[in-house]
Design a protein around this ligand. Structure first.
Ligand code: TRP
Length: 392
């Protein structure tokens, strides 16, 4: 598959997942795995950046989380599932990128100050914690991942990644004789196209004509007798840019529906308002029955937010009408919801079963995943080393 079709995403090992994780992220992963070459990573080194003093549960949380990914339908025959620390290139690229990363860039990442304040009981004045977004950049860049499915809170990390890639390409992507080399390739386009390319080049570079840039890009895409490297060189020359060694990624925040917690706030373990993916049937019943409601006003009621995700049009109409006319009570309204969530969790349990019975299945999936990820990342790492002058 082409590089542009690769996607990496990751999650810290938090143990069993709740429905917020499913509707906010994993459901999206499951769809993406059929369209892209997906790599899904357990970000265990990331967990160390904030939890370095209590690491006892990291490994078991990683296993539990992977079981839940599988229960959600992440399919190891479609996607590569692996643990970050088992793929050494993540640590290596992080170190290499740290050489060109200005401290100020890390200090101004919004999550840095926020988390230091939020987790004020922990000492986060560490080198590892400051470098944590850069580790994420290394994760992403290793796979030439064009898109990165993340939550809103992670967008600034993807932005940093773009800046790092740009800086890297700028510093290391300009070979000696950049222009001469590009000029040597132009005649290979054939007389007519070569002339057109030169014309468009001037229009874009001297007059900033964006249509000229677009046209020239098209021309290069269609040119058949160029090697990949030659084509890339002409693309780069066009924008007077360096060679692209690391791809600038784009955050992909679409398509994930937000599922609120039982109290209407964001669903989160720390708010104690979750429904777990494989929640016990009776617990689903109890938790939903005891949810606070706002009778008469669906828009203000957290139960309605759940209906929006779980119910079909017919049920939703029944709720809207019944609620606003006091035709149904809150317990009636909750009933179909309880049934849908129980049905869904039955499916999750069914899918998780083989993995809970035989831990070796998960071990094998992760071993295979690490092997594939190692193969993919070795290529990027050697390009980076070559560019940085340390390939022997
Ligand atoms: N930082 C992310 C989080 O805390 C997890 C993560 C690590 C990640 N590396 C990544 C997400 C790479 C996307 C891409 O949720």
């Amino acid at each position: 598959m082409e590089n542009s079709l690769r996607i990496l995403s990751g999650m810290r090992p938090t143990g069993s997942l709740h429905l917020g994780h499913y509707h906010g992220a994993i459901k999206n992963w499951v769809n993406l795995q059929y369209e892209y070459e997906c790599y899904f990573m357990v970000a265990d080194i990331h967990a160390l950046t904030t939890n370095y003093e209590s690491t006892r549960v990291i490994a078991s949380s990683a296993y539990e989380m992977v079981v839940d990914w599988l229960a959600c339908g992440v399919d190891p025959s479609q996607a590569v599932i692996f643990i970050q620390s088992e793929v050494p290139a993540h640590a290596q690229l992080h170190l290499l990128l740290s050489m060109i990363t200005p401290l100020s860039w890390l200090e101004r990442v919004p999550t840095y100050k926020e988390l230091i304040e939020k987790l004020s009981t922990k000492d986060l004045g560490t080198y590892g914690f400051l470098g944590y977004p850069l580790l994420q950049s290394a994760d992403i860049l290793l796979y030439n991942s064009k898109f990165v499915p993340v939550g809103e809170d992670q967008v600034s990390h993807v932005e940093l990644t773009r800046e790092i890639a740009r800086r890297f390409n700028y510093i290391y992507g300009r070979e000696a004789g950049f222009e001469e080399k590009a000029r040597e390739v132009i005649p290979k386009l054939g007389n007519k196209r070569a002339a057109l390319y030169e014309e468009l080049l001037i229009q874009y570079q001297q007059e900033g004509a964006l249509e000229a840039l677009e046209k020239a890009r098209f021309l290069l895409k269609d040119a058949v007798n160029l090697s990949l490297g030659e084509r890339e060189r002409l693309f780069a020359f066009l924008e007077n840019k360096s060679r692209v060694i690391l791809t600038e990624p784009q955050a992909l925040t679409t398509a994930a529906s937000k599922l609120p917690g039982l109290d209407g706030q964001k669903m989160s373990k720390s708010y104690n308002n979750t429904l777990m993916l494989r929640e016990d049937f009776e617990q689903v019943n109890k938790k939903i029955k005891s949810m606070q409601t706002d009778p008469g006003d669906p828009e203000k009621c957290p139960v309605w937010q759940l209906h929006k995700v779980y119910s079909n049009t017919e049920v939703k109409e029944w709720v809207q009408i019944g609620c606003t006319t006091a035709g149904i009570g809150c317990l009636d309204c909750k009933k179909p919801l309880i049934e849908s969530i129980q049905a869904e969790s039955a499916q999750f349990k069914e899918r998780a079963k083989p993995y809970l019975e035989d831990h070796n299945l998960v071990r094998n999936i992760l071993a295979d995943g690490a092997e594939k990820a190692i193969e993919t990342t070795e290529y990027t790492l050697s390009m980076v080393k070559l560019a940085m002058g340390i390939k022997y």
